[in-house]
Design a protein around this ligand. Structure first.
Ligand code: SF4
Ligand code: SF4
Length: 309
C-alpha cells in the first residue's frame, strides 16, 4: 500500500491520546546499525550482568524486519507514570516510581491492542503486526528516539521535552507504511548530574551503564545475594532506583500521570519503615498482587530489605 496520509496519522495520534497514552510517534523499520555497534560493545564488556537474555536474538533486536514479517513501521507510544504522590515515610525503603501502580506491561498492552483495533477497523483493514512493551527483543528507547519522541540522555533513559523521563515505552511493529517522524536533537548539553549522583558508579560515563553496579538491576534482576561491596551505597532503595532520573532537570517539572491504573495503593504509600521490614509473605502478596514488584518474589524483596538494614 502507499504511505498513509497526514490526516490518518493525526487520527492515530488523537486516538492514542484518547486511550490515555502521553505521546506517539512513527519510525520507519530499518536496521539500527549505530545501536547495533553500541549493543555489541556493551555485551562484550559484560555490562548486561546476569541478564543473559540480552545476549539472545542479537540480529532481531537490532532489526525488527527479522522479528515481524512484512514490518514497515514502528508506532512508538509513551505513557507518563509520574505518581500523584510519593511514599509518605521519608525513612522508608524506597520503591521506583514506575512500580507504584498496576504492572505497566498489562496497562500498555491493553491500550496498544485498542489502538491496533482502531487502526485496523478505521484506517487500514489489512493491518498486521505485533505489540511490545519491554517484552521481546526490541530496543524501545532507540525506536522512541527515532520516532522523534525524545533523545536518549546521558543516564540512558529516553527524555521527552515536556514529559521528562518518567515514561514507559511500548510499540507496535506493523506492515503499515507511515511517514516517519524526525529525531530531535540531544539536549543534555554540558549537564552530567546523573553521572555525578549515581551512588554506585554504575553510570560510568555518558550513555554507559554497567548493570553489574546498578541498584535497579541488583534489586530486581539479580538472583544471588547482593555483593558486599555495595554495603551502604543503596541510599535506601529496595526495588529499583530513580536517582539518575530524580536529579535530571528535565524531570523537575514532570506532571503527575492521568492514568488511573498507576494510582498508588494508599496502603503502599503509607507503609512506614517498620512496616516494610516486618512485612510477611501474605502482606506482600496482597500489596503487590497486580504490581511489577512481584517480579522479585517475596524472597527477593526480603533480601533487598535485609541488605538495607
Ligand atoms: S538507576 Fe541508580 S544505580 Fe542505576 S545508574 Fe541510575 S542512579 Fe545509578
Ligand atoms: S541529568 Fe543531565 S546529563 Fe543526565 S540525563 Fe538529565 S539532562 Fe542529561
Amino acid at each position: 500500500m502507499s504511505i498513509i496520509n497526514q490526516a490518518y496519522q493525526q487520527q492515530i495520534k488523537e486516538k492514542a491520546i484518547q486511550l490515555g497514552f502521553s505521546d506517539l510517534g512513527f519510525a520507519k523499520v530499518e536496521a539500527l546499525n549505530g545501536d547495533k555497534d553500541r549493543l555489541d560493545q556493551w555485551l562484550k564488556s559484560g555490562y548486561q550482568a546476569g541478564m543473559n537474555y540480552m545476549n539472545n536474538h542479537f540480529e532481531k533486536r537490532t532489526n525488527p524486519a527479522l522479528l515481524v514479517d512484512g514490518a514497515q513501521s514502528v508506532i512508538s507510544v509513551l505513557l507518563n507514570y509520574t505518581p500523584k504522590e510519593l511514599q509518605r515515610d521519608k525513612n522508608a525503603p524506597k520503591l521506583a516510581r514506575y512500580a507504584y501502580g498496576k504492572d505497566y506491561h498489562f496497562v500498555i498492552k491493553d491500550k496498544l491492542q485498542l489502538l491496533f483495533d482502531f487502526i485496523k477497523s478505521e484506517i487500514y483493514p489489512s493491518l498486521d503486526g505485533r505489540l511490545f512493551t519491554d517484552s521481546a527483543p526490541v530496543l524501545d528507547r532507540a525506536w522512541a528516539a527515532k520516532a522523534g519522541l525524545g533523545w536518549i540522555g546521558k543516564n540512558t533513559n529516553l527524555i521527552h521535552k515536556k514529559l521528562g523521563s518518567y515514561t514507559l515505552i511500548g510499540e507496535m511493529i506493523t506492515n503499515l507504511e507511515i511517514e516517519p517522524g524526525e529525531p530531535i536533537k540531544e539536549a543534555c548539553g554540558g549537564c552530567q548530574r546523573c553521572i555525578d549522583a549515581c551512588p554506585t558508579g554504575a553510570l560510568m560515563a555518558p550513555y554507559k551503564l554497567d548493570a553489574n553496579k546498578c541498584i535497579s538491576y541488583l534489586t530486581i534482576e539479580h538472583r544471588d545475594s547482593i555483593p558486599e561491596q555495595f554495603n551502604g551505597q543503596f541510599d535506601n532503595w529496595a526495588f529499583g532506583c530513580d536517582i539518575c532520573q530524580e536529579v535530571c532537570p528535565w524531570n523537575w517539572k514532570a506532571r503527575p500521570t492521568k492514568e488511573e491504573e498507576f494510582t498508588p495503593n494508599p496502603d503502599l504509600i503509607n507503609l512506614s519503615k517498620e512496616d516494610w521490614h516486618q512485612m510477611n509473605e501474605e502482606q506482600f502478596r496482597t500489596l503487590f498482587r497486580k504490581s511489577a514488584v512481584k517480579r522479585t518474589k517475596f524472597s527477593g524483596l526480603k533480601r533487598n530489605l535485609d541488605f538495607l538494614k
